[in-house]
Design a protein around this ligand. Structure first.
Ligand code: NAD
Length: 486
C-alpha cells in the first residue's frame, strides 16, 4: 500500500481486498498540507453483511484453534509491527497530523496491546475449587463471544483499533473493524501485517465507511459484541442502540480533563507536563488536559510560565524535524475551534494567547496555535464542552476542595491530574475526584494495556472497559461446571 498515489481504499473481507459495492466515497486529507491522499469508500450495509457472514463462518474454526497457537500469531505480529514501526508512524503523521515522535509513541502503545493479548493462554484461564462440598468440585471456563464489531475514531488510528482486535482475536473471536473515515489508511496496513503473521482468512475484516456501516454493526444479528471509541453523542447512541439489540457494548466517549495545580507543586514540572498534555497531538487526545485549576496564590506566576512555554512551541508539518504542534484534523474542525475561541472571548474569559494569530494558521494546512484562556468559569461553554483542539482554560481556585468541586461539575470524567508534593492532598484528590484515570505529577495518565482504560460518567457507557482484565472479560463469556466424579 502506498500513500503517495491517490487510490480508493478497498475493504478487507475474508483475506481479500475487495471494492465496496458503491461509488460513494470521501476524500482523505493530509491535514498538514490540505492535499488529498486517498479516497475512502462509504460502504453499504451489504458490504458489512458480507464481512459479518465471513467472520461468523471463520468463528466456527478459529475458536477451536488452541489458545497458545492463536497467541503465537500475535507474537509474530508483534515482530512485524516492530519491523515496520517507522513506516506505520509515518502513515499516522500523514493522515492524522500529529508529529512523528508522537506517532512513533502511538505505534508503541499499539504494540503493547498486542504484547498483552499474546498472554491469552494465561489471561483466559478459569478458576476452580476442588471441593465445594464433599467430593464435589466447581470451576469456570472461558470462551469467546463470537463476532465482534469495532468502531474507531480519527485521533489514534493505530492505538485504538489495537485496544480491540488483538485481545478479541487472541481470545478466539472474529472481528469486523470500521475505522474512522478521516484516518482509514493505517488500518489497511495493520490488516496486511496480520495476514503476513499468518492469521487465517476471515478472522479479521475491515469495512470502511460511515453511519450506514455503524448502524449495520449495531443491528446485525450475527454480531455479539461491539467496542466503540469516539465522541460522546455517538457513544451514547451506539450504546443505546447496541444494547437495545441485546448486544454486549463498551462505548468510550469524549472528555474534558482537569488538572489541579497546588501551591506546593514543582511548578516547573507542572507547566511542562500541562503544556504537553494540552497541546500535544494538537489537543486531539481523549486524555488531553483541557482545564487547569490553579491555586490563587501561585496563579499569576504559573500562568506566566505556561505562556512562556506555549510561546516556545514549534508549529508545522509533523514530519518535519523539531515540530511539536501539528494541524487539527480538518478545515471544519479548525473553523469550529476558532468559533470556540470567539465564544470564549464573548463569554468574558481572558484570552492570553490566541492561536488564530500564529503564522502557521495562515497556511494551507489546518493549523491552530496554542491558545490559552485565563479566568474561565464553569458557566462558560469553553469550560463545559470538549473542544478537542489546542485550547487550554485556566480557572483560579482558593484551595484543593474548591478545585475538586469545580472539576466534578463536568459531565465528563475520563482523566484528572494533581500536581503537589503532599501525600495527604493526593489522597483527598483520589478519594473525591470524579474521574476514572488519575495522574499525580504527570499530565497524561493514560494507562498501559494491562490496566483498563476506565473513564466515568459521560466519558464511558458500559460496564467492562477496554484493556486490562476488563478487556479479557469483555471478549469472553464463562461456563461454570460443578461435578462429582464417580
Ligand atoms: P466520532 O464520534 O465523530 O467518530 C467515531 C466513529 O463513529 C467513527 O468511526 C465515525 O465514522 C462514527 N460516527 C460518527 N458519527 C456517527 C453517527 N452519527 N452515527 C454513526 N456513526 C458515527 O469521533 P472522532 O471525532 O472520530 O474522535 C474524537 C472523539 O473520540 C473525541 O470526542 C474523543 O474524546 C473521543 N475519544 C475517546 C477516547 C476514550 O478513551 N474515551 C479515546 C479516543 C477518542
Amino acid at each position: 500500500m502506498t500513500i503517495t498515489k491517490i487510490e480508493t481504499l478497498k475493504n478487507y473481507i475474508n483475506g481479500e481486498w475487495v471494492s465496496a459495492t458503491t461509488d460513494k466515497k470521501e476524500e482523505v486529507y493530509n491535514p498538514a498540507t490540505g492535499e488529498v491522499i486517498a479516497n475512502v469508500p462509504i460502504s453499504t450495509k451489504e458490504d458489512l453483511d458480507s464481512a459479518v457472514q465471513v467472520a461468523s463462518e471463520a468463528f466456527v474454526t478459529w475458536k477451536e484453534v488452541p489458545v497458545p497457537r492463536r497467541a503465537r500469531i500475535l507474537f509474530k505480529y508483534q515482530q512485524l509491527l516492530v519491523e515496520h514501526w517507522e513506516e506505520l508512524a509515518r502513515i499516522i503523521t500523514v493522515e492524522n497530523g500529529k508529529n512523528f515522535t508522537e506517532a512513533h509513541g502511538e505505534v508503541l502503545r499499539g504494540i503493547e496491546c498486542v504484547e498483552f493479548a499474546a498472554g491469552a493462554p494465561t489471561l483466559m484461564m478459569g478458576d476452580n475449587l476442588p471441593s465445594i462440598s464433599t467430593g464435589l468440585e466447581s470451576g469456570t471456563y472461558r470462551y469467546p463471544v463470537g463476532v465482534v464489531g469495532g468502531i474507531t475514531p480519527f485521533n489514534f488510528p493505530m492505538m485504538v483499533p489495537c485496544w480491540m482486535f488483538p485481545m478479541a482475536i487472541a481470545t478466539g473471536n472474529t472481528f469486523v473493524l470500521k475505522p474512522s473515515e478521516r484516518t482509514p489508511l493505517l488500518a489497511n496496513r495493520l490488516a496486511e501485517l496480520l495476514e503476513e503473521a499468518g492469521l487465517p482468512k476471515g478472522v479479521f475484516n475491515i469495512v470502511h465507511g460511515a453511519h450506514d456501516v455503524v448502524n449495520g454493526i449495531l443491528d446485525h444479528k450475527k454480531i455479539a459484541a461491539i467496542s466503540f471509541v469516539g465522541s460522546q453523542p455517538v457513544a451514547e447512541y451506539v450504546y443505546k442502540r447496541g444494547t437495545d439489540n441485546l448486544k454486549r457494548v463498551q462505548a468510550l466517549a469524549g472528555a474534558k480533563n482537569h488538572s489541579i495545580v497546588l501551591k506546593d507543586a514543582n511548578l516547573e514540572n507542572a507547566a511542562n507536563q500541562i503544556i504537553n498534555a494540552a497541546f500535544g497531538s494538537a489537543g486531539e487526545r481523549c486524555m488531553a488536559c483541557s482545564v487547569v485549576a490553579v491555586e490563587d496564590e501561585i496563579a499569576d506566576e504559573f500562568v506566566e510560565t505556561l505562556l512562556d512555554r506555549a510561546n516556545e512551541l514549534t508549529i508545522g508539518n509533523g514530519l518535519d524535524e523539531g515540530i511539536f504542534l501539528g494541524p487539527v484534523i480538518r478545515d471544519t474542525h479548525k473553523e469550529r475551534t476558532e468559533q470556540y475561541i470567539a465564544t470564549g472571548e464573548k463569554e468574558g474569559a481572558t484570552l492570553i494567547r490566541d492561536g488564530r494569530l500564529d503564522n502557521a494558521a495562515q497556511e494551507k494546512g489546518y493549523f491552530v496555535g496554542p491558545t490559552i484562556f485565563d479566568h474561565v468559569t464553569s458557566e462558560m461553554k469553553i469550560w463545559q464542552d470538549e473542544i478537542f483542539a489546542p485550547v487550554l482554560s485556566i480557572s483560579r481556585v482558593k484551595n484543593l476542595d474548591e478545585a475538586i468541586e469545580l472539576s466534578n461539575q463536568s459531565m465528563f470524567a475520563n482523566g484528572a491530574c494533581i500536581f503537589t508534593r503532599d501525600g495527604g492532598h493526593v489522597r483527598t484528590f483520589r478519594e473525591n475526584i470524579d474521574a476514572g484515570m488519575l495522574g499525580v505529577n504527570i499530565g497524561v495518565p493514560a494507562p498501559m494495556a494491562f490496566f483498563p482504560f476506565s473513564g466515568w460518567k459521560d466519558s464511558f457507557y458500559g460496564d467492562l472497559h477496554t484493556n486490562g482484565k476488563d478487556g479479557v472479560n469483555f471478549y469472553t463469556r464463562k461456563k461454570v461446571m460443578t461435578g462429582r466424579w464417580e
